[in-house]
Ligand binder design. Sequence first.
Ligand code: HEM
Length: 131
Amino acid sequence: MAQDELDTQVGKHWQVDEIDIKNLVYFPAAPLSAPRQAMEDCTVADLHSPAGTCLLVNLWKLHRDPNIWSNPLEFQPERFLKEGASLDVRGKDFEYVPFGSGRRICPGISLALQVLHLTLVRLLHGFEMGI
Ligand code: HEM
C-alpha cells in the first residue's frame, strides 16, 4: 500500500525530493511520549496529578497547537527554515519535541536524523513487504 502511494505520487523514478513531500500522507512517527510516573503530587496547567499517576505527553497535539504554529495541520517543512528555524529538535524547546525530552528522550535521535527517512523510502519503494 505504501509502495502504491509512492509509485503514484512520486513515480517510479526512485528519486524523492522536497516537492514530492506535499503529496504524501503526514503522520508523526511517535504521537505520544514514553510514559512517566509522577514521583510526587504535582499540578501542571491546572491539572492535578497525585503521586504515582502515569503521564504521557500528547506530542501530536503539542505540535499542532495553533497558539504556536501557523496553519498547524498543513505539512509545511519550510516552516523550519522560517519561524521554526532556531528550534532545537533535541528536547530543549518544549514546543517542538519530536524525539521527546529529558531522561527518556529517544536514544535513536542521531541515527534517525541522518538516515531514517532515506532508508525507509528506499525500502518501501523498492521491495514488496507485508506483516
Ligand atoms: C524519526 C524517527 C524517530 C522519532 C520521531 C522518534 C521519536 C521518539 C519519541 C518521541 C520517543 C519518546 C521520548 C520521550 O518520551 O521523551 C522515542 C523513544 C525511543 N526511541 Fe525513538 N524515534 C525515532 C527513531 C528512533 C530510532 C532510529 C531508534 C533506534 C535505533 C529509536 C529508539 C527509541 C527507543 C529505544 C526509545 C525509548 C526510550 C525510553 O523509553 O527511554 N528511535 N522515540
